[in-house]
Design a protein around this ligand. Sequence first.
Ligand SMILES: [Zn+2]
Length: 435
Amino acid sequence: MAKVVVAILAAVAACFVILFALSTHSDITFDPQPKVIGISTPVTVRISNPHGVRRITATVEQDRTSTALSETSEGATRIMFWRAHLPAREFRFVAGSSKAPALKEGRARVTVEAQSNDLRGSHDTISAEVQVVLRPPSITTDGFQHYINQGGSELAIFTPAGSWNEAGVRVGGATFRSFPLPGNPNQRFAMFVHPWDTPADVAPVVYARNAAGNEATGHFWFKVFPKRFRKRDLTIDDAFLNKVVNQIDPTGSGDLLTRFLKINGELRWKNNQTLMDLRLKSDEKFLWTQSFLQLANSQVESEFADVRSYMYQGKKVDQQVHLGFDLAVGQHTPVIAANDGRIVWAAPLGIYGNCIVVDHGYGLQSIYGHLSEIAMKEGDLVRRGQTMGKSGSTGLASGDHLHFSMQIDGVQVNPIEWWDEHWIKDHIRSRVNVP
Ligand SMILES: [Zn+2]
């Protein structure tokens, strides 16, 4: 009899040991790692434990005082073998002074603790050192009258205050960085675009955000002149498709038209993305002094934001918007820099063929496409009117011409204003001291 009792006790003890040994730890990670918390900052952690978790708590600690932020729990299960492979779960909570009113500006630590839902119930924790930012940003705007053309450029000045670490101008979905105003660094200025595809009734907004994600916005006086962009049919034939497809994407598969449509759509988007990314290669100073030059004696074949219908064998097969000017002179005409600047791209770029991009500072850049010859390299400084290469028909071009375009902070803009010294005087020089 005693032997049986001993055997049962031994079996129970063995089960206990096995269950205990099979108990697991929780793997906890922040997604993403919080660095700053404010009034109500969302925090997410991922917790994985094959046995699940019984209890999760989030706390914030500052000056040795710990305050609970959030807690969740479920019934304890200690001997559930079959719950062996539970998927990872997310735990979301809000950190900040809305949950912990005693928090003040400075350093703090956010901790999440999870307890395994098994026999041992192991406690695992993860902590993040954070900065508490509670002061809101604020912003005051300039008193200028901003007359803006749809698809055109403008410049605004504003003064962010309070706690902020990012400020600029937003027009619809496009944002434009700001820079310290030369000679008055408490103020900021931003050049921005009312993008051609943003409705004219969308108001530009100046904004300042703090590191905790709180944002202040401000409005200035403005009037947007709507612009009706031209519509053009562009007839394409097999000779053109052959030339373009074999030059831009010689290894592509499918029939000629399919390959062309991929170039005209997907590759166009990708190439514009590459141009947009060049905005980060911009000097924080005016590299130019005079107005921008249009290629001399050139015939304008296409204008900014022409809406093009591509006609093939009598049918419309595609539609794209042409974000530049096509300027034709003659075969292999010298292509000049529109203004002083620094070369930030000098290489083939898909539909743009051999392409040069010149940075003029503060996010303003000019783009030259379809060149037959590039005589510059990245990093070179150029002077206004300096020859940088020769016109051609590389990329998505049927005849020899220069595709000329400009962009501000990666958003392509009508260059026509930048060719006009009066416009520059009224909109740029009158507000910012261009050297
Ligand atoms: Zn063009």
